[in-house]
Design a protein around this ligand. Structure first.
Ligand code: NA7
Length: 575
């Protein structure tokens, strides 16, 4: 540990470790939250971060080809943080690569002098609410503890890796890597035989890059995805000028649309236009690249027949690009509708399967039986390799929250409370855990949105909430059980209106054995959700109990949240 970091720790411990707020994680959400707590509210706050630098997702995911699937010009902090920063920073590619996003976040940390309140290389191992004092007691892996009035998780949604427990996994004598904890020095695959397990958004980015280097790549695919053309390219000076001139409108739009992008879902159904017109609309969106394809019609996520038109459009693009029709068919999803699993964005992925040094292995037909000292054995062959790349994803949304050892009132564990799936109010708080806020927690739009937009919305809402508590002479807030029940019911109702429960995706927890099957993110839409949260706050924090000294008895629940959704849905249908 550097002496500066040691000094920082000593200073905190000399002060008795009494803080207003502890924040866990120093990615997008932790950085912005710290700025708001410290520089807007004037609170004492400390961020604990497991890594030795800021960045979160963009610190850990350094695999070849790692880049953002949201366009870089709206994957950043908005004018809420600083208009100057928006004008200062220039993105070099349409979809920013990992090193560029990481240096952006490092720049933000430096610009706002955030590092001095972040304790790096430190994991939170327990966070327990002390009923007697109304404070959170937070313990870290260096054996120390601090107490804080507020506990705010900023741990990201995809920060606990999923490493499947294949028999013999640890017997492999070559090198193995998980994409989510990639070596900082990079990996040289030149001349190597490589097995890549997994073809989600990560595998789809990494495989073309690895194939450029390796002697041979075996792509071990269990489920093909509907990969959308990314259309990545360098940003021109003209692009930059135009974006910078329009930032105010761009951010306003991101806050109102369904997915937090500056373009919304078109107000038309897929079957209301002719086949020719539909193909034209899909092709235009395809040419423009990115998630626009998912916004071409408003019923793609609601109606199976409508969805099939988009699914088939994408399968046809695969057949055009992959020379061998049998491989094209193997790469074509048949078991789930488009966008019921997160569609990867691809840049040259399908052409990779025209290379002589790439073999597609169908794990549906012959699953992995074991990892051997020399490779991967499926039920019908053994693939001898030098390296194995696990692009097998994450225990999303709850994995890291559970690892924090959070215990609320009367010692109730978060993991126990959520044994059958998350129960939250607005995806931001949960009954029994006073003064705990979860940035982009389960049952909020989170991963079904452009993350920085949802992060900012949560951080701003929490900031306003803490200000409100202070101004009204309170220091404790907690959702009422009735409000939580109502939000969970509403979340489930909205989920059932969509096709999302049909697929075995990580969005429903299907990738982790034994994980309760629920839709983890909220699918009601970013704009709608924002209005709901604002309405709750405007109605004197409807559904939250508030009080002082650890007691949150003063509160009412009138059902504002669900009623607001119904109003918005009715207005949208009428328009
Ligand atoms: P994903 O999307 O969860 O993809 C993981 C991939 O690994 C997927 O193809 C899985 O197949 C495959 N997988 C997982 N476990 C196994 C086992 N046991 N055997 C064979 N194959 C397996 O993770 P990513 O990292 O690609 O992307 C996560 C998110 O990061 C992404 O959605 C973006 O939001 C950013 P499956 O589909 O489950 O059959």
């Amino acid at each position: 540990m550097s002496s500066a970091r040691q000094d920082q720790r000593d200073e905190l411990w000399a002060s008795g470790g009494e803080l207003d707020a502890v924040v866990v994680g120093a990615g997008f959400s932790g950085l912005y939250m710290l700025h708001r707590l410290r520089d807007r509210l004037g609170l004492s706050a400390r961020v604990f971060e497991a890594a030795d630098d800021v960045g979160g997702t963009w610190y850990w995911n350094r695999y070849p080809g790692a880049r953002c699937d949201s366009e870089s010009y709206f994957y950043s902090f908005s004018d809420r943080l600083s208009e100057d920063l928006l004008q200062e920073w220039t993105w070099t590619e349409r979809f920013a690569p990992q090193p560029e996003i990481l240096s952006y976040l490092q720049h933000v940390a430096d610009r706002y002098d955030l590092r001095k309140d972040i304790q790096f290389s430190t994991r939170v191992v327990a966070a327990e609410y002390d009923d007697a004092t109304g404070r959170w007691v937070v313990r870290t892996d260096d054996g120390r503890q601090v107490t804080a009035r507020f506990l705010i998780t900023a741990v990201g949604c995809l920060s606990t890796t999923n490493l499947p427990d294949f028999p013999g996994r640890d017997s492999f004598l070559g090198d193995s890597y998980h994409t989510g904890v990639w070596p900082h020095e990079g990996v040289d695959f030149t001349g190597k035989r490589v097995a890549v397990i997994g073809t989600g958004a990560t595998g789809v980015q990494a495989i073309p890059e690895i194939a450029e280097q390796a002697a041979h790549v075996y792509v071990l695919q269990r489920t093909p995805n509907y990969d959308i053309a990314g259309g990545n390219r360098p940003m021109t000076a003209e692009d930059g000028q135009q974006i910078k001139a329009n930032y105010r409108d761009i951010w306003q739009a991101t806050r109102e649309t369904a997915f937090g992008f500056p373009y919304d879902v078109a107000n038309r159904t897929a079957l209301s236009v002719s086949e020719q017109e539909r193909q034209r609309i899909f092709a235009e969106a395809w040419e423009r690249g990115g998630f626009r394809l998912g916004t071409t019609f408003n019923d793609l996520l609601l109606d199976l027949e409508a969805n099939e038109t988009a699914s088939e459009f994408l399968r046809a693009r695969i057949r055009e690009r992959v020379r061998d029709p049998e491989i094209a068919e193997l790469l074509s999803p048949r078991d789930h509708p488009f966008f019921t699993k997160r569609p990867p964005l691809e840049n040259g992925y399908y052409e990779t399967f025209n290379r002589d040094n790439v073999t597609l292995v169908n794990l549906r037909k012959s699953p992995i039986q074991e990892i051997t000292p020399t490779g991967v054995r499926t039920t019908d062959a053994e693939y001898e390799v030098d390296s194995i790349v696990y692009a097998t994803g994450f225990d999303a949304m709850t994995g890291t929250l559970f690892k924090l050892g959070i215990r609320g009132r009367n010692g109730l564990g978060l993991r126990e409370k959520w044994a059958d799936g998350p129960r939250t109010y607005l995806g931001i708080a949960t009954h029994g855990f006073p003064n705990l806020f979860m940035i982009t927690g389960p049952q909020s739009p989170s991963v079904l949105s452009n993350m920085p937009v949802s992060i900012e919305q949560h951080v701003d809402w929490i900031t306003d909430c803490l200000r409100h508590l202070r101004e009204t002479g309170r220091d404790t807030i907690e959702p009422l059980p009735s409000a939580e029940d109502d939000w969970v019911d509403h979340h489930n109702e909205v989920t059932q209106m969509t096709l999302l429960p049909m697929a075995d995706s990580w969005w429903v927890g299907a990738n982790i054995p034994g994980k309760p099957r629920n839709l983890y993110p909220y699918v009601g839409g970013v704009g709608t959700y924002r209005q709901i949260c604002d309405e709750v706050a405007a109605r004197d924090y409807d559904g939250f109990g508030r009080g002082s000294g650890g007691t949150a008895s003063d509160g009412q629940f009138t059902g504002t949240a669900r009623a607001k959704f119904t109003d918005i849905a009715a207005a949208t249908t009428a328009s």
